[in-house]
Ligand binder design. Structure first.
Ligand code: COI
Length: 353
């Protein structure tokens, strides 16, 4: 399974750090791996970044049989490129694959492809604080037939994008609208798989929240419309008294790698952290009692995104005076310091390239 490499003859000019924002620019190369029933995954190759020809009947366009991942690479002053828990993402990729009836992909091959691709495009990794190289592996069903069955052909690809912060607010708090009409996912559905449909399902609520002046929504569960699930496209944490609470994984919540890392970090710091069911009523009560001190989202793209205000049915709950809380800042500084190689890694999460 040797990876073929075709280098570009027309390298693109690179954006300045200030222009980056999120996912606007792509590097010079990409990785492709094909799948055909009977043949399995085959022809791993790195090629110049380019559009891909697809038949209009390709199943991904019609039935959304697709999954993706998100990871980041960081450049260190001494040279090596650092990856954060890449195996954890690739295991999740295969769990998402299994849920979407997409064949398992060899994780060792993907790591090898990732390493070679990043090595080739390493001059694209921005090195300023708050910037990184975002890695987007994804699979699409390419068989050109309209029957609703699992595809017999797929493409797995990896593209790379130099990025700045995900939210325009950066590490400053975002205001969140608690969504009581639309839901993101239900247990038994695909909420715990990283698949495009979950994000498409969230757009309408996000759009309406934006119109009301909010950056994102807080998702409640699909059955009772009562229990907290996620915030925007991130997992969510609350500091209540001296405890930190986060919704327990229930089948409709994505198993965030940053979520898992933050839980383990808090435990390492001897902070009391609970994964359990949290109702919006409990949060509002905690707020009224002065116990709800901080809230933040966690995800690969933003790492930590503090919440400044929660709008629950017109009631505005201002958290920590609308400023980044002490714990949120401490978690952000540690996570980003670790990812950039500025802090000793007590967990064995950093992979050097
Ligand atoms: C995240 O990293 O938080 C994500 O969910 C990826 C996002 C760009 C869709």
């Amino acid at each position: 399974n040797k990876i073929a490499v075709e280098l570009t003859t027309a390298p693109k000019s690179k954006p300045d750090n200030g222009q980056l924002s999120f996912g606007k620019y792509f590097t010079d190369h990409m990785f492709i791996l094909d799948y055909d029933a009977g043949k399995g995954w085959h022809d791993p190759r790195i090629v110049p970044y380019q559009p891909i020809p697809l038949d209009p009947a390709a199943k991904v366009f019609h039935y959304g049989q697709t999954v993706f991942e998100g990871m980041k690479a960081y450049k260190t002053p001494e040279g090596p490129v650092l990856l954060f828990r890449p195996y954890k993402n690739l295991q999740r990729l295969n769990r998402s694959n299994a849920r979407l009836s997409i064949p398992h992909i060899d994780e060792g091959l993907v790591i090898e492809a990732l390493k070679q691709l990043i090595q080739i495009d390493k001059d694209w990794i921005p090195d300023e604080q708050g910037t990184s190289l975002y890695i987007r592996p994804f699979v699409i069903a390419t068989q050109a037939t309209l029957g609703v069955q699992p595809s017999e052909q797929y493409m797995f690809m990896i593209i790379l994008s130099p990025v700045g912060s995900y939210y325009a607010e950066g590490i400053n708090p975002v205001n969140i609208y608690v969504e009581s009409e639309y839901v993101r996912a239900v247990t038994g559905g695909v909420g715990n798989a990283k698949t495009g449909g979950n994000y498409a399902a969230g757009l309408k609520a996000q759009q309406e929240a934006t119109e009301k002046g909010y950056s994102q929504v807080l998702w409640l569960d699909g059955i009772h419309r009562k229990y907290i699930e996620e915030v925007g496209s991130m997992n969510v944490f609350f500091k209540v008294g001296d405890k930190v609470i986060t919704p327990a994984l229930n089948g409709s919540i994505l198993e965030g790698v940053t979520r898992d890392s933050v839980i383990r970090l808090l435990k390492h710091w001897k902070v009391d952290v609970e994964e359990r069911t949290i109702s919006i009523d409990e949060l509002v009560d905690a707020y009224r009692n002065g116990q709800l001190q901080e809230a933040f989202g966690t995800g690969t793209a933003a790492v930590i995104s503090p919440i400044g205000e929660l709008n629950w049915q017109g009631d505005k709950l201002t958290l920590n005076g609308g400023k980044t809380g002490e714990l949120s800042a401490r978690v952000y500084d540690f996570m980003t310091g670790l990812q950039r190689g500025l802090i000793e890694d007590p967990f064995g999460w950093i992979e050097k390239l």
